[in-house]
Design a protein around this ligand. Structure first.
Ligand SMILES: [Zn+2]
Length: 383
């Protein structure tokens, strides 16, 4: 496969393009961010935005919260820097790990915030995972749509127009461009553009209706609220990272020091290097494994690419890590197959249809990865 000569991202990476010298568009975009954005001006814009909404409703803002490093930092920043009173909304995807739950409790108590946690019907979740896996090779539809749509329902219910998300998507892909000097808006068009994989809740209803006794209301948490309700609210839904430079490493360190937030090991990732990444979900290993089977790289490549751009590691060190960690079969796959009631060969058959050329997965040579230390505590269904 063709790879960026600077950061190593391969041609199967979403939205990637290469210039004549073999450097990718994401590397070029990064260069723009560090050189040309007027962060002082952006901070002033943030101050103005916050002051516009302060004290006018029951809450100053709503913060969708997963408990990962980005939403934890966002919440920390808004409470400490601006003394805002947020409503924290947590969409529980069903796979929260023990360490994450402890982190969350500590964060909420230390910051002193009101929290609403919502957990959707597990039977519906399993059904949605299965359908999204078969259709798109991406079982996280329920989680991504729920995380982005559900808080908007609560924003309407509680009449909270200002919604703060964490990192902007320009940090990872070129769907949105820092160059536009525009604030990335987290709205329905963004939702349809790359959150819901082109499948709306309505589509999903039609797809799963035949083999699942679905109540149409079961899918409300996954659908964007009606436009008229959002318009009435006159909402502003933005990423904090559009206003302040987003630096994952230093922010993670800060929440560790200030909130006692703890990282965790994640299947398929070097534990010492990225203990703060994607610790929210017990199925992360399966997600990364799927990406590897479809595209020939996984998150080690993605993370080291960011570090290379930031001058934190050498390309040769990254290559070494990728060789050691990438492409192992996660132990969580066993649980995943059990939840979805499919066999591994059925899983592989689904994946085969979705591989992005020129990559070709070699199923027969793949080895099992190690259990994480909390693996035996993860939810299992009785056989
Ligand atoms: Zn690159």
């Amino acid at each position: 496969m063709k790879k960026c000569i600077k950061c190593g991202l391969p041609e199967t990476y979403e939205t990637i393009e290469f210039d004549d010298s073999g450097v990718c568009n994401i590397c070029q975009q990064h260069h723009f961010k560090t050189e040309s954005i007027d962060w002082v001006k952006r901070k002033t814009m943030l101050n103005d935005l916050v002051e516009e909404y302060r004290g006018k409703h029951d809450y100053d803002c709503l913060v969708p919260f997963s408990g990962g490093k980005d939403s934890t930092y966002t919440l920390y920043y808004l409470v400490k820097e601006f003394k805002l009173k947020p409503l924290v909304v947590q969409f529980n995807h069903g796979f929260m790990r023990p360490n994450l739950l402890k982190n969350n409790e500590r964060t909420f108590k230390k910051l002193g915030v009101d929290v609403i946690s919502f957990t959707p019907n597990w039977k519906v979740v399993k059904c949605l995972m299965r359908e999204a896996l078969i259709r798109k090779g991406d079982f996280c539809w329920h989680c991504h749509t729920g995380i982005f749509a559900y808080p908007m329902h609560l924003a309407i219910k509680f009449n909270i127009p200002l919604v703060f998300w964490g990192e902007p998507s320009s940090e990872y892909t070129a769907y949105y461009d820092y160059r536009d000097d525009e604030i990335e808006v987290v709205d329905e068009s963004r939702f349809n553009r790359f959150v819901n994989l082109g499948i709306t809740a309505d589509d999903m209803r039609g797809m799963i209706d035949k083999d699942f006794d679905l109540d149409p209301r079961d899918l409300i948490p996954y659908s964007y609220p009606p436009l008229r309700d959002l318009k009435k609210l006159r909402y502003r839904s933005v990423c904090l990272g559009s206003f302040i430079p987003w630096d994952v490493k230093s922010q993670s360190q800060l929440i560790m020091d200030e909130l006692g937030w703890k990282g965790d090991e994640v299947e398929g990732m070097p534990p010492d290097l990225y203990p703060y990444e994607k610790i929210e979900c017990a199925m992360q290993g399966v997600r990364d494994y799927l990406k590897f089977l479809k595209r020939g790289y996984s998150r080690v490549t993605q993370m080291t690419a960011i570090d290379i751009r930031n001058g934190r590691i050498k390309k040769s060190e990254a290559d070494e890590l990728i060789r050691e960690w990438e492409g192992k079969k996660p132990r969580s796959l066993e649980l995943f197959l059990e939840f979805l009631d499919i066999s591994e060969s059925e899983f592989n058959d689904i994946v085969k249809r979705l591989v992005i050329p020129p990559y070709e997965p070699k199923f027969q040579t793949i080895q099992w990865g190690k259990k994480t230390s909390d693996f035996d505590l993860w939810y299992r269904e009785d056989k």
